[in-house]
Design a binder for this molecule. Structure first.
Ligand SMILES: [Mn+2]
Length: 408
């Protein structure tokens, strides 16, 4: 397994599903009679995760370890920290997991620690991942002779992408497959969040994440990427088998809002709710483009979410950061002083909006300047946040001359 990223999601339903998937994975390992489990980094999403996540997952690990099997782990780029203890260290100390490839230096060369699995006799070593792929230096400095002198069924665990398999949209700093030490029976890879099997004389496998409760990984899953882990059979010929544990089916939808008003985007969202079969699905909806009119805040995402929840959706991942209101044309003006520049900018912009109210048409620049002056008034020493806000807004209301209207 690799890239479990436990605790990556804070949504309660996804957390529950994540935990269930983890349990299914380890139960399956026992059923299939594996000797041990390897996690090639990013077991947890951060080096010090939420303790509830740790407690629930440790329960599953301990149940597995109690059957006499071990869990071998390297750090990933996420659960490693250069200056703080990681949960990985604590679980290793507690005997729940076994960290492999602990680095030591012999005559200036890196000699990663080797662990022998008692059940199977397999030898495990590897190189942990670090932030920003800093582990690439470790590969340069690796004592390859020492590693090739090891005898037995050998597994190399690492958390680094391979340049050869990088896709255009993947931005990791990788190594070449020739940078891996030679002569291992199996290379357990992590860091690439999809399934990759490289068989170039050596068997290198990236299982990808077990569960994808966030971001781009979730999007890939709802678009059809299968998630799970590999069962590997050793011996003269190494055989691999993917175990599909994809935890949810999903739907991916896009709305291009370019040229639409905010109210017609709302209509589209309503139509989408009508059309979608959301029950027990994870939905990823992307809304993007430049609105012809209206503000982005007028797009009613809250009702959209509620409606989908009512239809039984597990979770909605909304991607709307590329939705924009029509941009106000940029204005370039010159001037000696900031107040002069301000006045000119306001004059320019006043001409770009059509207003019915005569007071706003004629006096708009003065009004805007007065309002700006009020908004510039700083908070007083000792004044509370609430008092300051009340004072500022009542001053602004005064300037706008709408006080009576509001009260009426
Ligand atoms: Mn990862």
């Amino acid at each position: 397994m690799a890239d479990l990223h436990l605790g990556a999601t804070s949504d309660p339903r996804l957390r529950e599903l994540e935990l269930k998937t983890l349990e299914r994975a380890f139960d399956r390992c026992v059923e299939e009679g594996v000797d041990f489990v390897v996690v090639a980094g990013d077991l947890f999403h951060v080096n010090v995760p939420d303790l509830a996540v740790v407690r629930d997952s440790v329960r599953i690990f301990v149940k597995f370890v109690a059957t006499g099997r071990r869990i071998y782990v390297v750090y990933g780029s996420h659960d490693f920290s250069p200056n703080a203890a990681s949960i990985i260290d604590i679980l290793d100390e507690a005997g729940v997991i076994v960290r492999v490839g602990r680095p030591s230096s012999v005559e200036g060369r890196l000699r990663p620690g080797v662990v022998k699995d008692e059940r199977s006799g397999a030898l495990l070593t590897g190189i942990s991942g670090r932030r920003a792929s800093l582990e690439r230096e470790a590969f340069e400095n690796l004592d390859r002779e020492y590693l090739s002198s090891l005898e037995g069924f050998k597994i190399f665990v690492f958390h680094t992408g391979l340049d050869e398999v990088r896709r255009e949209n993947e931005r990791f700093e990788g190594i070449a497959s020739t940078d891996l030490p030679r002569g291992f029976d199996y290379y357990a890879g992590g860091h690439i969040h999809r399934r990759v099997e490289v068989v170039k004389g050596a068997r290198v496998v990236y299982p990808g994440p077990l569960f994808t409760g966030w971001g781009a990984d979730m999007e890939a899953t709802v678009k059809g990427e299968r998630r799970g882990f590999y069962i590997v059979e050793g011996g003269r010929e190494v055989r691999t088998r993917f175990v599909d544990l994809t935890a949810f089916e999903g739907v991916y939808e896009e709305i291009d809002a370019t040229g639409l008003s905010s109210s017609s985007v709302n209509e589209r969202l309503k139509a989408l709710v009508q059309r979608l079969d959301a029950r027990d699905k994870v939905l990823v909806v992307k809304v993007f483009g430049e609105l012809a009119s209206g503000r982005t805040s007028e797009v009613d995402f809250a009702s959209f979410r509620d409606a989908l929840t009512r239809k039984g959706a597990i979770y909605l991942h909304l991607s709307r950061n590329q939705l924009r209101a029509r941009e106000v044309a940029a204005v370039t003006v010159g001037g000696e002083e900031s107040s002069e520049i301000e006045e000119r900018v306001l004059k320019e912009l006043a001409g770009t909006v059509r207003l019915k109210e005569p007071r706003l048409r004629e006096g708009s620049v003065t009004l805007a300047k007065d309002l700006l002056a009020q908004l510039r008034v700083a908070k007083r020493e000792g004044e509370t946040e609430g008092d300051y806000e009340a004072r500022t807004s009542s001053a602004a209301v005064e300037v706008l001359g709408i006080k009576r209207l509001m009260e009426g």
